[in-house]
Design a protein around this ligand. Structure first.
Ligand SMILES: Nc1nc2c(c(=O)[nH]1)N[C@H]1C(S)=C(S)[C@@H](COP(=O)(O)OP(=O)(O)OC[C@H]3O[C@@H](n4cnc5c(=O)[nH]c(N)nc54)[C@H](O)[C@@H]3O)O[C@H]1N2
Ligand SMILES: Nc1nc2c(c(=O)[nH]1)N[C@H]1C(S)=C(S)[C@@H](COP(=O)(O)OP(=O)(O)OC[C@H]3O[C@@H](n4cnc5c(=O)[nH]c(N)nc54)[C@H](O)[C@@H]3O)O[C@H]1N2
Ligand code: SF4
Ligand SMILES: [Mo]
Length: 705
């Protein structure tokens, strides 16, 4: 293997470049890759420590058991693959192909994703492939589709250096996308006229440094966004020319906005009139407004509506298509973007295509050498639909890859019961144990980042090659190879001829030709030679350099039938489960700087465990006084679905009436501190993304019965 390898950090969607080199002690040294255009040599604590997690507690061999109370026994790959193939054939014969479900994640590489689509949606003919992106990015996907006619974040990181108003809503960028935040902060220091607005019910590390922090009541984002539009309209701060030439449906938007007067909005959001006006003034006076958002908008029962309301503001003020501006969705996982490109949700097909579109289905069937009509015309089960499918006995094979649903899905007690009912669960992961392995019949050891070669796409649409630099442990192999081998054994030999992941990628990019996410100009070979590349990037020129675009829609033509972006107005519906007399507090959940999700890696890194040794609940001093609790007391939290308890952390950083707990602690790492024991699964009707950011709870100090 080479001395030093350039790769990508396998944690968040910032997508920082890493340089990894072997050390004399048979270990690895990680530094930031100075020439990676997205991160310019910077890394945060997670990227810097990632190699410390690669050896411990790895799943090394396939293992099997007949039922969940039996111990696992090591088996060979041959036996494991035979079991899967037989199971697939049995389910097809007894229940039909839709009895098969696969639940993946944004931590798979694009090649893994693509092969899974081909196997499930093409060869088998079921659209029951969904991922944890349903809990993460699907609202952004839907909203971009509604306003612009296609998914695709239009901005790039250079915009962070150029904007004169950064509008951060529902994102704790400082902790969750730290290198993006560093870059933005540098710019704000250099240009004191540039403003930072942060909209978050908590005074996060991000909000602490803002020029204006709007600590809105959870679930009032649409009120705020339409309220800002109300003031801009009143002040005549519109871009009439842009609206007339490049948009449609403004009249409908104008009919909705009058309902959001400053009086109503400030009362609902719990903010002052002065702050609302200041935010509107910053927006109106700025040449370049860049909005960034993540889970505070996406994870909501009106997630799509929240984001459309934000994009509407950009359209009204013409803040799109030029440098330093635009609505920029920050993607969470390292390859959430690649998953979308490969069609990795139950309503999508590769190349930003839609299952419900007959032409899209036909194009993919043809490319895959499948008979016409093979791809089911209806979307498959989404993540929660797989859980209800298990409950109803409609799922005969549940195949989970690269995610830990026994921690990360909402309404966890219900999820665990459903998982326990599964007649046959395959769990393909890199580590053992995880909370989900307790619910598996067959464990498949997956090679993870560093042990396989493939691509990932970051938030600014930049594709990086993650080259292998270590051997996988035991018998672990790459996810795409597992899927392809199952496909071949099912008789689809011609569909899976690939010798390596470069060939997989080559086939995949062909399916992006002439699509918004065109990548025909990208190949493993070119990435290795030239470094990371942004799409759109086509192969239809001799001068390939010019065909990697920093921004989308610079010509102000949008991928809608008439080429215009659309105003998509929404009224607010508020929280799906608002607080009431029985459950008077709103619980919100989220992340800490050092930990990654369910701790499969970071829980095994000493430095990070020291940084965040235990879970906690944040509560405002007023609420703590009322409950007569002090810092460190144990507080029981109950929702309509479950309970958990946490040491108390009293802080004015949270709004009275709201409490916060981190999402990182599953049952493996602490007792009864699962955020998702409390949350509910009510989802946005358009994106089907659950409202992981809010549920109603009551708080019971430990001294009370
Ligand atoms: N350190 C770390 N970084 C990560 C991850 C990690 O696990 N750890 N995971 C990655 C992934 S997959 C993701 S998706 C991203 C998530 O990145 P973020 O979205 O930034 O993270 P969260 O903490 O989930 O939520 C963001 C904020 O939403 C706020 N919020 C809650 N309710 C509302 C509301 O109604 N309105 C508004 N405006 N805000 C609200 C919360 O207070 C919280 O501060 O992070 C990525 N980066
Ligand atoms: N309450 C609450 N719940 C949430 C959220 C929240 O904000 N609040 N956020 C949601 C969001 S945005 C997300 S993204 C999810 C994340 O939730 P999960 O996806 O459940 O979290 P991870 O811990 O990242 O799990 C990834 C798994 O993939 C494995 N893995 C890593 N690399 C590979 C690989 O190459 N191949 C295979 N096969 N396995 C691999 C790891 O070992 C790990 O077990 O949580 C969601 N749940
Ligand atoms: S900011 Fe994200 S991608 Fe960059 S080093 Fe940290 S976790 Fe990795
Ligand atoms: Mo996520």
């Amino acid at each position: 293997m080479p001395d030093s390898t350039k790769t990508l950090c396998p944690y968040c969607g910032v997508g920082c470049g890493l340089d990894v080199s072997p050390t004399v002690k048979q270990s690895w040294k990680v530094t930031g890759d100075r020439v990676h255009p997205s991160s310019l040599g910077m890394v945060c604590v997670k990227g810097a420590t990632v190699v410390e997690s690669l050896e411990k507690d790895r799943l090394r061999y396939p293992q099997f058991r007949e039922n969940l109370s039996a111990p696992f026994k090591q088996i060979s790959w041959e036996e494991a693959l035979t079991k899967i193939v037989e199971r697939i054939q049995t389910v097809i014969a007894t229940q039909g192909v839709d009895g098969i479900c696969m639940y993946g994640s944004g931590q798979l590489q694009t090649e893994d994703y693509y092969i899974a689509q081909k196997l499930l949606k093409g060869c088998l003919g079921t659209n029951n492939f969904d991922t944890n992106s349903r809990l993460c990015m699907s609202s952004a996907v839907s909203a971009y589709g509604q306003n612009f006619g296609s998914d695709g974040p239009p901005c790039c990181y250079e915009d962070l250096d150029l904007t004169d108003c950064a509008f951060l809503i529902g994102t704790n960028t400082a902790e969750c996308h730290p290198i993006i935040f560093n870059r933005l902060q540098k710019h704000l220091k250099r240009d004191p006229k540039a403003k930072l607005i942060v909209v978050d019910p908590r005074r996060t590390k991000t909000a602490e440094v803002a020029d204006l922090h709007l600590a809105i009541t959870p679930g009032t984002d649409i009120d705020l966004l339409n309220g800002l539009a109300h003031l801009l309209l009143r002040w005549g701060k519109l871009d009439q020319d842009f609206i007339e030439k490049h948009t449609q449906n403004f009249a409908d938007y104008k009919n909705v906005i009058p309902y959001y007067s400053p009086e109503i909005v400030t009362a609902k959001c719990g903010i002052s009139l002065e702050d609302l006006e200041t935010a509107a003034r910053y927006w109106a006076e700025s040449e370049q407004v860049l909005s960034l958002w993540s889970m505070g908008l996406n994870q909501s029962s009106e997630g799509t509506a929240k984001i459309c309301s934000l994009i509407n503001l950009h359209l009204m003020t013409g803040q799109i298509g030029k440098s330093g501006m635009g609505p920029f969705s920050l993607t969470g996982q390292p390859n959430a973007m690649g998953g979308r490109e490969a069609g990795g949700l139950s309503n999508l097909l590769p190349g930003y295509r839609q299952i419900v579109n007959p032409q899209h289905r036909a194009e993919i069937e043809q490319a895959w050498g499948m008979p016409s009509g093979r791809i089911n015309p209806l979307p498959g089960r989404d993540a929660w639909g797989m859980i209800t499918g298990l409950e109803a006995g409609d799922v005969g094979l549940f195949w989970i890859a690269a995610t830990n649903p026994a921690v990360s899905l909402p309404d966890l007690e219900r999820v665990k019961k459903a998982l326990a009912k599964s007649p046959f669960t395959v769990y393909q992961d890199a580590y053992y144990p995880t909370e989900t392995s307790a619910f598996a019949h067959l464990l498949l050891p997956a090679a993870q980042w560093s042990e396989k070669t493939g691509t990932m796409t970051n938030s600014e649409r930049r594709v990086t090659l993650c080259s292998q630099f270590r051997e996988p442990p035991g018998e672990a192999i790459a996810d795409w190879q597992i899927f392809a081998e199952v496909g071949r054994r099912l008789g689809f030999r011609h569909q899976f001829p690939f010798k390596n992941s470069a060939e997989v990628y080559q086939e995949f990019v062909e399916l992006t030709r002439d699509r918004t996410c065109e990548m025909t100009g990208i190949s493993h070979e070119r990435l290795l030679k030239e470094g990371p590349l942004q799409w759109p990037c086509s192969d239809n020129s001799n001068d390939l350099e010019n065909h990697s675009a920093k921004r989308l829609y610079t010509d102000l033509k949008f991928p809608t039938p008439d080429g215009r972006a659309k105003f998509v107005p929404f009224h607010t519906k508020g929280l799906a489960e608002p607080p009431d007399r029985d459950y008077p507090f709103v619980l919100t959940t989220g992340r800490l700087y050092g930990h990654w999700h369910t701790q499969t890696r970071t829980g095994r890194i000493e430095k990070i465990v020291k940084m965040h040794p235990q879970p906690f609940i944040e509560i405002h001093p007023k609420d703590a006084d009322f409950l007569q609790i002090v810092d460190g007391d144990n507080l029981e939290v109950r929702s309509r679905r479950g309970r958990a308890s946490f040491p108390v952390k009293i802080t004015t950083a949270i709004k009275p009436g709201t409490v916060f707990v981190p999402m990182h602690w599953g049952s493996l790492w602490a007792d009864q501190t699962e955020a998702n024991a409390l949350t509910h699964a009510i989802a946005c009707p358009i994106s089907l993304e659950p409202e992981l950011k809010a549920c109603a709870v009551k708080l019971i100090p430990h001294c009370f019965p």
